[in-house]
Design a binder for this molecule. Sequence first.
Ligand SMILES: [Zn+2]
Length: 106
Amino acid sequence: MDIETGRMQERISLELLQLNAATAESALSSGAAGLDPASVAAISRMNALRERQLTRGRKLGAALARIDAGTYGLCCQCEAEVDASLLEEDPAAVFCASCSAERDAR
Ligand SMILES: [Zn+2]
């Protein structure tokens, strides 16, 4: 396997840190908003963003756990090696190219 897990671990940890900072920020700003329609819309956009951040955070956490377990870079579905280029693009990627194409098609 030609994936440098140490470097990926750094990238994932860094993204998690940035994500946690962003999540804390959005929690603060949504608490300060009023209840007029524009604010309600802003809050719901914020909640959608927060939801995505939480999902991303879980994915990144899972990727770190896989590095610890030694299963990082293996497809969660077929256990083939995930392309290094896919992991470059998204260090938290869990599916190989063919499995992720299959899932996208669903
Ligand atoms: Zn696969």
